[in-house]
Design a protein around this ligand. Structure first.
Ligand code: TRP
Ligand code: ZN
Length: 476
């Protein structure tokens, strides 16, 4: 129960490179290249210029023996500028055909970019459908390597799961792989018995055809590509209701005993409490999935948090992942450098839950202890979390110092303004994107004061600010 018991091992940086140049097909000279990515300096090739993906339909048939996937993606896209050529992110899978509004078009593969040249330029504001049939073996990583820098679709003995933060979505479907372009999704997952397929949103239907069952999942609320998940295994489902909140549905390994399932019993209550702090739960459902394999992480995949079979049930991790539904999933990053808006907020929320179970003083004792540790740590641990760099995106400092930044804000503006700031921010950017400046603007507006110095010191300077009363007065 003590937040201090939350272990977040030091980052092991998996190779970001290693993308396979897939069978390039050059039917004709294409118009001059554009930028490959949406312009995020941390992931320069992620995302696409000039596209707003509105809806994505994925139809997938995994082959568990061959460890391949085979299927199609239909993306409904609005051109935000005139498009002579555009790119989607797709790494390492073979494209069988590609059409725009039903007509075959030229394509070219270049690293993780899938360049597409429509037969005639698409005017700004036009909505069009891209359909892509694709297949192959999605890149497989050890769970250790997938920790913190995930690699999309992963098979294991007994099923498959998807974990893609920050840039692994393109390893299992053609995506505008950046959180600044969210879309709604329909997933059709066709699997043989005894497999059950869980995914984000709501299960619309299960269609039986011979031996195959197709699980049709729909997310009517938009989500970032990295938050799309699929978990397939021999799973059992448990359904419930959060009082006054969304329907709950959670998936566990078929053989999981009641003690494992009971670890998540507190979620309905936790969700209700977070609604009082952050505002109404932003999505149509919530639940967890315990993947029937060991994972060294949990991931806040939208409406369906991912845990491994080895998860120890720690309530502060459950609280952390649940809080991401508001902070990270509903309000998403505009740039990856703003990662503290996800991890600092979720970490702080786990202390808010602890405070609820105990009292403010107990939570403060923990937070101040964290603060003292951070003050004593050097730059191998500590860092300017407002711009941590792509390699240190998920460093422990982003979590800890991010949480302490919120504690410092609360200390400065007082409880009632502080929670009003969180609610205003969650409400104003609901189902959208925000940057650190957006949060500072809300804090200054609701807090009714200039907070530039506070945020500058906490986010953009390496040295940890001195906080009177936090227990490390100089000379003590
Ligand atoms: N966002 C996750 C958390 O804080 C951590 C994480 C980052 C992660 N990248 C990941 C987990 C990739 C799994 C895979 O809970
Ligand atoms: Zn997190």
């Amino acid at each position: 129960m003590k937040p201090g018991s939350q272990r977040r091992p030091v980052l092991r940086l998996a190779a970001l490179a290693g993308l396979i140049l897939a069978g390039a097909c050059r039917p004709q000279a294409l118009p001059a290249p554009l930028q490959p990515g949406i312009g995020d300096p941390y992931f320069p090739s992620s995302g696409s210029v000039g596209l707003d993906v509105l809806h994505v339909e994925l139809d997938l048939r995994p082959d568990f023996a061959a460890r391949t996937i085979d299927g199609s993606a239909r993306l409904s896209i609005e051109a935000t500028q005139r498009l002579e050529r555009f790119s989607l992110d797709l790494a390492g899978l073979a494209v069988e055909y590609l059409t725009i509004d039903g007509r075959p078009v030229a394509l070219e593969r270049e690293g993780s970019e899938l360049w597409i040249a429509p037969s005639a330029p698409i005017a700004a504001g036009t909505t069009f459908d891209v359909e892509i049939a694709y297949s192959g073996a999605p890149g497989q990583e050890t769970p250790e390597a997938a920790f913190r820098f995930s690699q999309g679709w992963q098979f294991f003995d007994g099923g498959a799961y998807v974990a893609s933060e920050p840039d692994g979505a393109s390893r299992w479907f053609p995506a505008n792989d950046h959180p600044s372009d969210k879309a709604t999704y329909t997933l059709r997952l066709s699997v043989p018995p005894p497999y059950v397929a869980a995914a984000n949103g709501r299960l619309l239907e299960v269609v039986q055809e011979g031996q195959t069952r197709t699980f049709v999942w729909e997310s009517a609320d938009p989500l970032a590509a990295y938050l799309v998940t699929v978990v397939i295994g021999d799973l059992q489902v448990r359904e419930g209701l959060a009082p006054g909140g969304p329907p709950l549905r959670s998936y566990y390994p078929a053989e999981a005993d009641e003690a494992v399932i009971a670890q998540f019993d507190g979620i309905a209550q936790m969700l209700g409490y977070f609604e009082t702090l952050f505002g109404e739960y932003p999505f149509a459902a919530y639940g967890t999935v315990v993947v029937p394999t060991e994972l060294p992480f949990a991931l806040e995949t939208q409406t369906l948090t991912l845990y491994g079979r080895n998860f120890d049930g720690s309530p502060n991790v459950i609280a952390h992942e649940l809080a991401h539904e508001w902070f990270g999933n509903s309000v998403s990053l505009q740039h990856w450098r703003d990662i503290w808006l996800n991890e600092g907020f979720a970490t702080y929320a786990s202390y808010l839950w602890y405070e609820h179970l105990t009292d403010r003083e107990h939570a403060q004792v923990e937070l101040h202890a964290l603060y003292r540790t951070l003050r004593q740590s050097d730059e191998r641990i500590n860092l300017a979390i407002g711009d941590p760099g792509p390699e240190r995106l998920f460093d422990e400092a982003v979590y800890v110092r991010g949480a302490l930044t919120l504690e410092a804000l609360r200390d400065t503006v007082g409880d009632s303004r502080f929670f009003e700031i969180l609610r205003t921010y969650a409400e104003r950017f609901r189902h959208g994107n925000a940057s650190t400046q957006d949060f500072i603007d809300v804090a200054e507006e609701v807090g009714e004061r200039d907070l530039d110095r506070l945020f500058h010191a906490w986010l953009y300077e390496v040295e940890v600010p001195f906080m009177p009363g936090w227990g490390d007065e100089p000379g003590l």
